[in-house]
Design a protein around this ligand. Structure first.
Ligand code: FE2
Length: 317
């Protein structure tokens, strides 16, 4: 028998009681209702894109080649939101609208309602610094193998996609990869082998499905043959934040000072030294330069040709 709906604010269609036992420990899928919200209609999303701040979006083009690493970052080129969505529907790209909850408070209310619903169901540390992104992506688009730093969930809104989730430990995830992501914010250069798939949990997502997985678990996504819209949500907790400080400090030791970190402790003197180190240096000009060099903007959408892009001249060093 299906249990009564335990989530009073209606974010979830159903929330089986046993989810509290496995939440964050293994990949999970549950049913939500965010895809039925007017804010997630194509018309509302087009309006959202119309005024989206440049600093809060990424447009990634995957090129004609099939190589896994062949992707470039670009610019919307001033197109109207509806035209941007048409371009994506015809092209091979994905648009990541970051911090949607900050850009438009109506989406912020949606996010907070969703996390209130989760927090009411799962025990553990308080979640804070929640953030919401909307990912609009082309038919058959892929998000390559990567991992994210905060706790994460993926809420499918339109279209269908296949999510591959891998164990959050070596060889799938190494300390070096995690530290580089923490310091430089570039998460797509993680080593990947085809046989990793033998150890992946594969989750098929359709509108109304939400997936959640263990912290830092690498994952990749393959769209089915239609335009896709998904919400990505993330959260921090005290222990996630402590681990992040260690990752940033270890990356600084490795790259800035040529040292090999020997500890990943999140308590004690070694931890507090690293917490101070990363606080002092994580926004330094050296880090800013290293980040910029790792992520240039190389194209913009071409208003005359939906689905096409125009190359930008590479910036001079
Ligand atoms: Fe991700």
């Amino acid at each position: 028998m299906t249990p009564p709906l335990p989530v009073e604010n209606g974010v979830f269609e159903d929330w089986p009681a046993h989810l509290a036992e496995v939440w964050g420990r293994v990949p999970t899928r549950t049913r939500h209702r965010l895809h039925t919200q007017p804010l997630m209609s194509m018309a509302a999303l087009a309006d959202l894109i119309d005024a989206y701040p440049r600093r809060h979006y990424s447009l990634i083009h995957m090129g004609a080649r099939q190589e896994r690493r062949f992707w470039r970052e670009g610019d919307l080129g001033g197109l109207k939101g509806a035209d941007v969505i048409a371009c994506i529907a015809e092209g091979r790209m994905w648009l990541n609208l970051r911090r949607v909850d900050e850009v438009d408070g109506r989406y912020g209310d949606m996010l907070h309602g969703a996390y209130d619903a989760i927090a009411a169901q799962v025990p553990g540390e308080p979640m804070f610094n929640t953030s919401m992104g909307i990912l609009i992506s082309s038919p058959h688009a892929q998000v390559y193998y990567h991992c994210d730093l905060p706790g994460q969930a993926l809420w499918q809104v339109h279209g269908r996609k296949r999510l591959f989730i891998y164990p959050n430990r070596a060889p799938f995830l190494t300390p070096e990869s995690l530290e580089d992501i923490a310091l430089f914010g570039v998460e797509v250069d993680m080593p990947f082998e085809a046989w990793f798939d033998d150890y992946a949990t594969v989750v098929e997502l359709e509108p109304g499905d939400m997936a959640h997985w263990p912290l830092n678990a690498p994952h990749r996504v393959e769209n089915q043959g239609m335009l896709n819209v998904s919400i990505t949500s993330e959260h921090w907790s005290a222990s996630i934040a402590r681990g992040h400080r260690v990752n940033v400090a270890n990356a600084l030791l490795r790259h800035r000072f040529g040292l090999t970190p020997r500890s990943r402790a999140t308590a004690g003197p070694a931890y507090w030294t690293k917490a101070a180190l990363q606080a002092a240096l994580r926004r330094s000009s050296w880090v800013t330069r290293q980040r910029a060099a790792r992520r240039p903007v190389e194209f913009r959408l071409d208003p005359a040709k939906p689905g096409r892009i125009a190359d930008l001249q590479p910036a001079l060093p």
